[in-house]
Design a protein around this ligand. Structure first.
Ligand SMILES: C[S@@+](CC[C@H](N)C(=O)[O-])C[C@H]1O[C@@H](n2cnc3c(N)ncnc32)[C@H](O)[C@@H]1O
Length: 203
C-alpha cells in the first residue's frame, strides 16, 4: 500500500474532492468562516479559494497525511491568508480551548477513525458563540442506497484512505454534544452511495 498511499491516493482524493458538485457544496459553507479558522483534515487545500480573505485572519490546518498536504502547495501559495499546519489528528489537536472563531470540516468526518472524539475536540477549541461549518457525505435516507453503502464499505475503506460511505453525520454531532444552527441534506450529483450530503453549521 506504500506506493498507492504515497502517490496514487493523494492524487485521486484531490481529483474527487475537486469535483464540481462538491465545489458547489464548499461554496455554501466556507465563505461563512470568520476570524481564526481551524480546518480539520485540510487535505489538498480545496477549501482555500473559498475563504473570504477580508473576514478570515488565519487558517490553522490539521491533517495527518503529509502527501496530501504537499498537494495543497499551489493553493496555499495563491491564498492571501496566513496558513499554518499543526498536529496530525483531529482527535487530538494541540490548541488551547476557546481559541478558534470558526472550525471548518468538509468531507473528513467520513475518514477520521474516531469522529465523535474529533467533534468533541472541535467543540473544545471553539470560542463561545463560534461555529463549526461542515459539509460531509454520509448515511443515505433510502433503505436501498443505505444497503449498498453497507455492502461497499469494506472495500471502499481500503481504496479511499479509510473513508466510510454511510456514517450518520447528524448523530455524530449530537453524540459530541453539539447543536445544529443549520442542517441541510440532499443527494448531490454522483454515485448515490457516495453522494448523500449533510451541510450547515453547529456549535
Ligand atoms: C476526503 S479527504 C478531504 C480533504 C478536505 N477536507 C477536502 O474537503 O477536500 C479526507 C481528509 O481527512 C484527512 N484525515 C484522515 N484522518 C484524519 C484525522 N484523524 N484527523 C484529521 N484529518 C484526517 C485525510 O488525510 C484527508 O486529507
Amino acid at each position: 500500500m506504500g506506493f498507492y498511499n504515497k502517490y496514487i491516493l493523494p492524487c485521486c482524493l484531490d481529483m474527487a474532492c475537486g469535483a464540481k458538485p462538491i465545489t458547489k457544496q464548499r461554496e455554501k459553507v466556507v465563505p461563512l468562516a470568520t476570524g481564526v479558522v481551524l480546518e480539520i483534515g485540510i487535505g489538498s487545500g480545496q477549501n482555500l479559494p473559498h475563504y473570504n480573505a477580508d473576514k478570515v485572519s488565519k487558517i490553522v490546518g490539521v491533517d495527518p497525511d503529509k502527501n496530501i498536504w504537499k498537494r495543497s502547495a499551489d493553493r496555499r501559495a495563491a491564498c492571501p491568508i496566513d496558513i499554518e499546519r499543526i498536529g496530525l489528528s483531529g482527535e487530538e489537536i494541540p490548541l488551547d480551548s476557546k481559541t478558534a472563531d470558526t472550525v471548518v470540516c468538509t468531507y473528513t468526518l467520513c475518514t477520521i477513525p474516531d469522529p465523535v472524539k474529533a467533534l468533541r475536540e472541535m467543540r473544545r477549541i471553539l470560542k463561545p458563540g463560534g461555529k463549526i461549518l461542515f459539509s460531509e457525505h454520509g448515511m443515505a435516507p433510502d433503505a436501498k442506497v443505505a444497503k449498498w453503502q453497507c455492502r461497499i464499505d469494506p472495500i471502499w475503506k481500503k481504496i479511499a484512505g479509510g473513508c466510510h460511505t454511510g456514517r450518520d453525520i447528524p448523530e455524530l454531532f449530537r453524540q459530541a454534544g453539539l447543536t445544529f444552527k443549520q442542517l441541510d441534506e440532499m443527494y448531490i450529483p454522483g454515485p448515490r452511495p457516495l453522494s448523500y450530503n449533510y451541510w450547515g453549521s453547529a456549535g
